[in-house]
Design a binder for this molecule. Structure first.
Ligand code: ADP
Ligand code: ZN
Ligand code: ZN
Length: 778
């Protein structure tokens, strides 16, 4: 009798053994249908086939094999196992994260479509549009919806501009977007369809155009410094598996990647190019698509499942994409001849998955993926030469960034990774000038205009007069982070979470940014009855409102989670700004990501202090990255940009490091601190979270878990403590921190943790307690 160990999509540790019926052709990596528990059926993945009969329970048979050949290869399965072990999450959760949904259900996938709106052909001219507007002048709602459509699609500019009535390509608009923007009902839009002014058409969600030709002639030649960096990278890759490219913003790292990709293609190797957030990198995507055409596949969890399944299948076929551009989930795709992995913006914390499990870091997973291929390439050899250097085998990994994570830079400095530095911008353009604005002093002299210093307003005005653009960065969305009773100080908080609510004016509601729950704005204070409720602090929405008041003639756009909910809203904001249709862009950290604009001469960092006050050991590291990245958006072509950095802590060393772009100074200061206080990269952190409905239960459980862990790990265990937000979605939370010196046997650590976890969960007092881990928290 043969047996198969299966990975099932259940959050339980370990695998499950089933019997393989005699006539069934089962291979590792195939999907099989099995029954589980009393009444459930699941699609499992075969991880191992063997003939050791399990003891102690009755073995059920596999019901059906779903595949003629494996859909997951052995290296992928080893990566899953590594993630499950290292991040201490059930392998079933890794399976769920790794496979697109369409491969996890029995009846396959159905493509999802979205309805778009466009002008009917007969109205696509200036004259016809004037007629339409005339006709609609008595149907107010339809007129509103129609003019809103013209604005969204930019047909209104066609109509304004008689010089070039054609030649402008209108922007695509979804029906949902139009309804949101104009508050028009579906009925109103239907009437416009009946009048044959607008028409609807369906587009498959996420379906991208992969049809272009591969056009290597579009690859720009490298400048001399870029060529040097390129050569250094190749040299480094001969010695080490991982190389860090530290290149300032605007140094043209993308061009270097493109040359490396082309080289890999010539060598018939596949390339995996990881980006932190695909949605935020439309520009980069388009650049790569122009060059690599149909040889490039884009993979992202936000794309339609249909497309993800299609790409997965294609990667298994004889004719896979040579280059995959994707966000973190792309590390799970099958590769046949992977040669190069690029992790762009390697410092980005969004590479770490937060919720749900597995809480893995895609950078680490990518490095492991490359190492696994390495082992496959030379199954029995020792990879290290006598000098401890990696041999030149297997895929290479390039980490790229202007602001390396402390871990990666440390690895580079200590020789574990290669290091290549690119210190000048393309064409020698200067890095922006960063001026510090002393908000403490200005407030003292009552000279602040809300969140704006007089200098910022002056520089903004000058920039607008010169027809240049401005970016304002505020790391808080919503209108105001706090609403407060002016009489008694009462602050509305979420009923399910331990946080105050953010006021959103446009929607006129209070929102919890942790669970998403919304509340009506109270008319009076429930404590004292006063009606004097005031907002405190500035979110992007309020900044936008004030900017519109101060600069009524400027076109203002806002980019944050609230304005980018619909699928192409983000692209629209970017394309409007980059074409100069908007002048001032206000946003959260979204505005700092990988954007390349030509006309931005002023960047305002409105409140540096809010980034410095996070209760997190990485607060300064992250603040430096955010400020450097957003500064990097200033003055990218021909002209030096200006950044105004508003802070009340102008003498803080960090502020000086940002001003002088002194990454090495930052590194030296932080690394000394990390060593002294036992933090990464000298120590490995594991957070242990306990969650329960009742605060008393979780309190007791956490104390007990702490005691149990101290038995094994002694003083390496800190806590339990309440985390900064100690209640989320009605679950009370406690956190233990374990600090482990690097080099400690992690396998043992895991064993002890899981053993204690099991004993805790077996205790009747702690029924429905949840315990989970965050390894290498970001
Ligand atoms: P980084 O990613 O390092 O911040 P980018 O790759 O965005 O920098 O490059 C900055 C700008 O310089 C982009 O507009 C890019 O097209 C341009 N650029 C960089 N290198 C070259 C090159 N070799 N030839 C032509 N344009 C280049
Ligand atoms: Zn009150
Ligand atoms: Zn909440």
């Amino acid at each position: 009798m043969r047996y198969a160990d299966l990975i099932l999509p259940v959050p339980l540790l370990g695998m499950f053994t089933y019997a393989v019926p005699d006539a069934m052709a089962v291979q590792v990596g195939m999907r099989v249908l099995v029954s589980f528990g009393r009444s459930k059926t699941y699609l499992g993945i075969v991880a191992r086939v063997h003939d050791c009969a399990p003891v102690g329970y009755e073995v059920k048979p596999i019901l059906q094999v779903m595949d003629a050949s494996p859909i997951v290869n052995e290296q992928q399965l080893r990566l899953w196992q590594w993630i499950a072990d290292y991040y201490m999450s059930p392998i079933g959760d890794v399976y769920k994260a790794a496979l697109p949904a369409g491969l996890k259900v029995e009846d396959g996938y159905r493509p999802k479509t979205e309805t778009y709106i466009r002008l009917t052909p007969q109205y696509r001219s200036v004259t016809a549009l004037h007629i339409a507007l005339n006709v609609l002048s008595r149907a107010k709602k339809q007129l509103e919806a129609f003019t809103e459509y013209l604005a969204l699609s930019h047909w209104d500019e066609v109509a304004d501009d008689d010089d070039q009535p054609s030649g402008i390509t209108p922007v695509e608009v979804t029906r949902e977007e139009l309804m949101n923007a104009s508050q028009a009902s579906a009925e109103t839009i239907k009437q416009l369809e009946k009048r044959q002014m607008l028409e609807c058409y369906e587009v498959e969600v996420g379906r991208l155009n992969h049809d272009g030709e591969y056009r290597p002639e579009l690859i720009a030649p490298l400048s001399a410094p870029q060529q040097d960096a390129y050569n250094d990278i190749l040299m480094s890759m001969m010695k080490r598996q991982v190389t860090l490219l530290h290149g300032v913003t605007g140094s043209g790292k993308t061009e270097i990647y493109i040359h490396l990709i082309q080289r890999a293609l010539e060598r018939k190797e596949q390339v995996l190019y990881l980006l932190p957030e695909i949605a935020l990198t439309v520009q980069m995507m388009q650049r790569l698509q122009r060059v690599f055409g149909h040889r490039l596949g884009i993979y992202h969890s936000k794309y339609s499942d249909a497309e993800r399944v299609e790409i997965w299948q294609k990667q298994l076929s004889q004719n896979p994409y040579d280059v995959i551009l994707g966000a973190r989930s792309a590390v799970f795709l099958p590769f046949q001849r992977l040669g190069l992995v690029i992790v762009d913006e390697e410092h980005e914390t969004s590479y770490k998955q937060q919720d749900p499990a597995p809480r893995y870091h895609a950078r680490s997973a990518a490095i492991m993926l490359a190492q696994m291929r390495n082992e496959i390439a030379t199954p029995h050899s020792d990879h290290r030469s006598e000098k401890g250097e990696m041999r030149n085998e297997g895929p290479k990994v390039l980490l790229g960034t202007a602001t390396p994570s402390l871990e990666s830079y440390h690895n580079a400095k200590t020789g574990k990774y290669g290091l290549v530095e690119l210190k000048e911008r393309y064409q020698g353009i200067e890095l922006p000038e960063i001026q510090v604005v002393d908000v403490a002093d200005l407030q003292h002299r009552k000279m602040m205009n809300g969140p704006f210093s007089p200098l910022l307003l002056t520089r903004m005005r000058e920039a607008l007069e010169r027809k240049e653009q401005v970016i304002l960065f505020q790391n808080r969305r919503g209108f105001a982070p706090v609403v407060e009773c002016h009489q008694c100080g009462w602050v509305p908080t979420c009923q399910h979470c331990d946080v105050s609510l953010t006021y959103h004016r446009q929607m006129n509601q209070l929102t919890c940014h942790y669970c998403g729950y919304t509340y009506l704005v109270p008319h009076e204070c429930p404590c004292c009855g006063s009606t004097d409720l005031r907002t405190r602090g500035y979110g992007t929405e309020k900044i936008e409102e004030q900017v519109r008041e101060i600069f009524p003639e400027a076109r203002v756009a806002r980019m944050d989670l609230d304005t980018t909910r619909t699928r192409n809203a983000y692209e629209r904001i970017i394309s409007d700004f980059s074409a100069g249709r908007t002048h001032i862009l206000i946003g959260t950290q979204m505005v700092s990501k990988g954007l390349d604009f030509d006309r931005v001469s002023v960047v305002g960092i409105l409140n540096a202090d809010s980034m410095l006050s996070y209760p997190d050991f990485r607060a300064h590291e992250h603040a430096f990255m955010m400020m450097s990245q957003v500064s990097g958006r200033a003055g990218r072509k021909k002209k030096r940009g200006l950044v105004l950095l508003q802070t009340k802590q102008k003498d803080l060393p960090l502020i000086h490091q940002v001003v002088h772009n002194d990454y090495t100074g930052l590194y030296r200061a932080l690394i000394a601190e990390r060593q002294a206080f036992h933090y990464p990269p000298y120590y490995r952190l594991v957070y242990v979270f306990l969650k329960h409905r009742y605060d008393q239960t979780v309190h007791t459980a956490a104390e007990e878990m702490g005691a149990r862990l101290r038995h094994w790990f002694g003083g390496r265990v800190l806590g339990p403590d309440k985390p900064a937000v100690a209640k989320v979605k009605s679950q009370n939370i406690r956190k233990l921190v374990i600090k482990l010196e690097v080099g400690i046997d992690m396998k043992k650590v895991r064993e002890y943790l899981l053993m204690e976890q099991q004993q805790m969960l077996a205790d009747k007092r702690f029924s429905s307690l949840m315990i989970y881990y965050d390894v290498d928290p970001q």
